[in-house]
Ligand binder design. Structure first.
Ligand code: BGC
Length: 744
């Protein structure tokens, strides 16, 4: 755990430079607007530890996979969101010496992510190796108002230097992904031009996406504008160069304004002219005007989605940080996009979609954005249904059975580890559950006939073929699976997977009946399209009745899998802490045989289906499983926090809340340098609203059962529920609700 970020309700502040944590701070300070984003890298060259990262939504490359022992059914490619053109880049030469903080003696330093405004600022003073005393102030943003624009301001002042200064402001596509499997570069140069505005366009290999950026730079020295001296150009790289005689202690102000667009949105032939025109117009308006509209857009977003916690600045900073990054990652405007576990903050997980979206992210967007946004997350999967059916076919399933990929960008499976790719099939359940969750929350029943039902039928068909009849047990069983707890593989009858499969079969039957009755024309079309047979629900009912569930009557618990109790059960608290985290200290073999649980598994099911069980059952399972859980997935603490609140375990709920909300700020899992845990951030939101707020939606109504931690004076949040915008304030004694739509 690290503790170098100052506590502040609206800001992430690094006081004093911590080069050893620079990659962590770069992740924390990433900016984005749903369409593009970049890590909090320095604009000027930096030879210390850094991961230069700039990412654009929807632009990916299918990298050839690297696998030790190939298994039939593995996909050959792993689609990755690409590290793309570095647009903040500046090379600054003071005399002959290039500015590089790694080689300087730093006198003062502050890096500030201002979450209210959506800007990243840095101010520092330092002396260079040649003894020049420099002060630097810089600010940047990715426009929230116009998601194709970005801007950087960079001011420098040299106290004891007069002489030549050279500034090279560039657009660089000569970029390699840190996670490139064969060190291959994924971009080809496609077009470079240099008029008033410079332009750099590159094309992805294989997928042939075009991405074009236009840049115009303004440099002033003591308020006087400096003319561009020349253009620098090499492969995939173009720059504007400014050279001038610098007079000591006079401010140099640099402004970079960029416009970016891609063939994901526009015809390739339009890209250059569109970007150049936008950039020129924005340049005339200037940095401050662009910033004003950006800050206003953020202010509206905060009105919809802010959570206020009075009396606990750590908790406040944690939740705002999470909400900030969720809003930066996904705007919900486009149903072809989704939420990668790292968003625009790093390359791990390839920017792809996991079950995280359906299981964790959906509730945040349902409550804080327009209904369309949540719907788009579901439509994304509907659009991939054909590929999910093909994916299941590759594994030997038939009759329209659909297995959604574990990891995907465009519907193709990208994951290559048999115990996950083929066995972690509970993901299908989460996709079905999200349909239920969305309809339960919004009341949008029409979604079923339009898109949802076909997905449910495909998934139900998969479960039907995935179970088999066991003569020995006289029940249907599901063999060879991996549950959400990836620290056990190839187990039989994972309780969670069996439960969600059974629920899904039942829900699909209910939904078919509903659509058949209320939208009979639609049902005709759907049943023809999917070649539905009236026998199918009968078959599903047999499985519903006779699906096997491992339980231990004596302990009163559901067993994570058939043989869970054969394991040696030792609580995490009784392990010598030197073993933790086990994923960094133990062999995989030792982990698999141990009783330790990576993330909620049985408890994930009890969280989803709380209404199906009495409190005592939930308590017994929580008391058995939580002490065995190492929470080594970022997705773990949030679910435990909600359940702990439900069970009145206040201290546990608070401990788990801080762990989920400050996971990245405090670098709990020692991996923030790879990028932030964006999807678990939505879990943090759940732990506040469903946990401390106790919010549930039942029978078309909102319910609240608040339980505030003792040190919180109050908790406030806003919920977009159907036609109401409800502001909720909870203090230690009361709850206040206001439908702000009615008050307008
Ligand atoms: C978790 C998965 C999750 C993935 C991406 C893994 O560590 O175990 O449940 O889908 O990370 O967030």
């Amino acid at each position: 755990m690290k503790d170098y970020i100052s506590k502040d309700p609206w800001k992430i502040i690094e006081n004093g430079f911590h080069p050893e944590f620079n990659k962590i701070t770069e992740s924390l300070c990433a900016l984005g607007n749903g369409k593009m984003g970049l890590r909090g890298n320095f604009a000027e060259s930096y030879s210390g530890e850094t991961l230069q990262g700039t990412y654009f939504a929807g632009i990916y490359y299918p990298d050839k996979t690297k696998v030790g022992w190939w298994k039939n059914g593995y996909p050959e490619f792993f689609a990755k969101v690409l590290n793309a053109c570095n647009w903040i880049g500046l090379k600054v030469f003071i005399g002959e010496e290039e500015l590089d903080l790694h080689k300087c003696n730093i006198l003062s330093f502050q890096r500030v992510l201002d979450m209210r405004q959506g800007t990243l600022q840095r101010s520092c003073t330092f002396t260079t190796a040649n003894g020049h005393e420099i002060s630097l102030n810089t600010e940047r943003f990715c426009s929230f108002h116009d998601d194709e624009m970005g801007a950087l301001k960079f001011n420098i002042n040299a106290k004891n230097f007069s002489g030549k200064i050279k500034i090279e402001s560039y657009l660089d596509f000569d970029i390699v992904n840190e996670d490139s499997n064969y060190d291959e570069k994924f971009w080809n140069e496609s077009k470079i031009s240099s008029a008033e505005v410079i332009y750099n366009e590159a094309t992805t290999k294989k997928t042939n996406f075009h991405l074009g950026l236009a840049l115009k730079t303004r440099v002033t020295h003591g308020g006087k504008q400096i003319k561009r001296s020349s253009i620098g150009q090499k492969e995939k790289y173009i720059s504007e160069i400014f050279e001038f005689e610098y007079t000591t202690d006079t401010e140099v102000n640099i402004q970079k304004i960029i416009a970016a667009n891609s063939s994901f949105y526009y015809a390739q032939t339009e890209l250059e002219s569109r970007a150049i025109e936008k950039c020129a117009t924005a340049f005339d308006a200037g940095f401050e005007e662009l910033k004003n509209s950006h800050v206003n857009a953020w202010s509206k977003k905060w009105d919809q989605s802010d959570i206020q916690i009075e009396g606990d600045v750590s908790a406040q900073q944690g939740i705002r940080f999470n909400i900030f990054h969720l809003n930066q990652t996904y705007s919900g405007k486009d149903d072809r996009l989704n939420i990668g576990p790292k968003g625009f903050t790093g390359e791990k997980y390839g920017g792809s979609t996991y079950w995280d979206t359906e299981a964790y992210c959906l509730p945040f967007y349902l409550s804080t954005a327009d209904q369309e946004v949540g719907r788009n997350l579901l439509v994304y999967r509907f659009k991939h249904l054909t590929k999910a059916i093909e994916n299941a076919q590759k594994l030997g399933f038939e009759n329209g059975a659909a297995l959604y990929p574990m990891v995907t960008i465009d519907g193709e499976e990208c994951h290559n580890e048999w115990e996950i790719t083929f066995e972690e099939i509970h993901r299908n359940g989460a996709i079905a559950y999200a349909i239920y969750n969305y309809i339960n929350y919004t009341g949008d029943e029409a979604y079923l006939a339009e898109f949802g039902l076909e997905v449910l039928i495909g998934i139900s068909r998969f479960w039907t073929e995935r179970v088999n009849w066991s003569e020995a047990k006289q029940a249907y069983v599901m063999l060879g699976v991996t549950g959400p707890n990836e620290y056990e593989n190839n187990v039989n009858n994972n309780w969670y997977t069996n439960y969600i499969a059974k629920w899904c079969l039942k829900y699909t039957i209910e939904c078919i009946d509903k659509v058949r009755q209320s939208e009979s024309n639609d049902w005709q079309k759907i049943s023809t399209k999917v070649a539905f047979s009236e026998d199918e629900p009968n078959n599903w009912n047999k499985i519903i009745e006779k699906l096997y569930f491992p339980i231990d009557e004596e302990k009163g618990i559901f067993l994570q899998q058939d043989n869970f109790l054969d394991k040696e059960i030792i609580k995490v608290a009784d392990l010598d802490p030197k073993h933790l985290p086990i994923n960094q200290n133990w062999s995989w073999d030792r982990i698999l045989r141990s009783c330790y649980i990576k993330q909620a598994d049985v408890l994930q099911g009890l969280y989803f289906f709380e209404d199906h069980f009495d409190k005592e059952t939930i308590r017994k399972n929580f008391d058995f499983y939580e002490p065995l859980t190492v929470h080594e997935s970022s997705l773990s603490p949030c679910v435990h926090s909600v359940l702990a609140n439900y069970l009145d375990k206040k201290e546990k709920a608070y401990e788990m809340y801080l762990r989920t909300s400050r996971l990245d700020i405090d670098d709990y899992n020692n991996d923030t340098e790879d990028g932030l845990h964006i999807t678990s951030m939505a879990g943090t939101w759940i732990s506040i609203v469903e946990g401390f707020g106790g919010m549930r939606v039942k029978d078309n109504h909102l319910h609240f059962a608040p339980k505030l931690p003792q040190n919180w004076e109050s908790l406030s949040f806003t919920i977009n529920f159907r036609s109401a915008l409800i502001h909720i304030k909870i203090d230690q004694k009361e709850i206040y609700l206001e439908n702000t739509n009615l008050c307008q």
